[in-house]
Design a protein around this ligand. Sequence first.
Ligand SMILES: NC(=O)c1ccc[n+]([C@@H]2O[C@H](COP(=O)([O-])OP(=O)(O)OC[C@H]3O[C@@H](n4cnc5c(N)ncnc54)[C@H](O)[C@@H]3O)[C@@H](O)[C@H]2O)c1
Length: 508
Amino acid sequence: MGFDANRPDLLIGVIGAGAMGRGIAQVAAAGGIRVRLTDAKPGAAQEALKFIDGMLKRAAEKGGMTAEQATAATERIQIVDGPVDLKPCHGVIEAVVENPDIKQKLFAELEAIVADDCIIASNTSSLSVTLLANKLKHPGRFAGFHFFNPVPLMRLVEVIDGVLTEPWVGDALMALGKRMTREPVRVKDAPGFLVNQVGRGYSLEASHLVSEGIASFVEVDRVMRDVGGFRMGPFELMDLTALDVTQPASELLYMQFFHEARYRPSLVMRSRLDAGILGRKTKRGFYDYSSGEQAVPPEAPAPGAKPQSVWVSRAEPAGHAALVQLLDKLGAPVESTAKPSAGALILVTPFGEDTTTCALEQGLDPKRTVAVDTLFPMVKRRTIMTCPITEPAYRDAAHGLLASDGVPVVATKDSPGFIAQRIIAMIVNIGCSVAQNQTATPADIDKAVTLGLNYPHGPLAFGDRLGADRILKVLMNMQRVYADQRYRPTLWLSRRARLGVSLLTPDT
Ligand SMILES: NC(=O)c1ccc[n+]([C@@H]2O[C@H](COP(=O)([O-])OP(=O)(O)OC[C@H]3O[C@@H](n4cnc5c(N)ncnc54)[C@H](O)[C@@H]3O)[C@@H](O)[C@H]2O)c1
């Protein structure tokens, strides 16, 4: 069909001049595209244009463009009264409220106005692209074009093909995204598309952990920053996005996936939403913001206790080796006997099992058993956990010993997979599910997640770095201990782990 994203006179319509529409109009204009911007609320588009002008001027001051380029970009945006003025547009991007009825009505109205080969695209973040198209006479011309907030700073855009989207439409939006200086990624319509699906792994697993009383949200945030390498912990992130955005999106995704256990939302988060504890915008979320700053509870000092002697389980040879190396560095009295001596602190290094299971299956005294997470380098922070009857003196001795070189330790209640193992295994597994369902290519999955979510690695590369075989073990053990399908490994993951190849390997 006739859409050429690079034609000099390209004209794009943007409907909705809110947070997203104004950002989309700005990057389109900055990419040399003429834009017609409209909003149903009187004065909203004018206000948006003023805002865009300010943003472009600031970009010029910062050296991102010249003052002339900024002025020229603003001048490319024309405010118009409504859809009727979008008749000459080659493509229209909708960014109005997230309501399927309003959007569908708008598309039907628009279709009667624009040319037959005009692309109609929606910036929806959670609605089915296929469903949004189903009131159109020509659903083939419709696709998702999902930008991220704030648009000028977030370079990723997902180009989403609905079931009836014709391939030329997605191709054209890929080219248009590039002209708008974005990094477009091609995605097949699915609940949460690509990025919002993988992102559920982080917030949901963290929420379940806290709901189950395993650790506090501050401890989870500390571990995910220091051990997982994430820029923000899941709870400070939820405070930023606000629970009235995150929780309804999680609940919708779970329904759209026909109650797939991997996406099961957390009851505690629903209760907090019902209570109006939303995050920064209500000055109270997981953290307190009444002073204007995030109030972070101080970390308790490590206990001074040390064990008289330590015995390390050999059930996980890699975990045993890593922990013994660290204990030697700390000058700990490590026993080399096959069984622990009476009174020795017993350390186990599970991948996906809880402390209770390790102690019982290995015939160890649970009162003296403490588990240490060795899946990650134990350099910035260490995680230990106890079973329900571990004596506090043994927990404190393990804590004191592992913190004796100044590295902070988080001590949690018993959990299959500690904190970081289970959250990251979940992210990897969901990334693999996205690959298995052919929602996007393996390389695009990692690219989109690093660009869209700022994770330290894409889910597939993350799995490779930690060892796909170990992630598989974490998940299988979690599934066994929890007796919950939520943790079942995807075939994408288990096949590649067993074959010993990268999780980024596509099928031949
Ligand atoms: N905010 C985000 O983080 C984000 C990220 C990605 C995608 N999205 C999606 O982008 C869309 C817009 O979100 P937003 O955050 O910009 O919302 P917003 O509330 O800031 O702006 C929506 C604008 O649409 C206007 N509007 C409503 N109905 C209209 C109609 N029928 N015709 C014309 N204008 C209409 C409103 O007056 C408002 O100015 C939604 O579909 C949302 O899911 C939002």
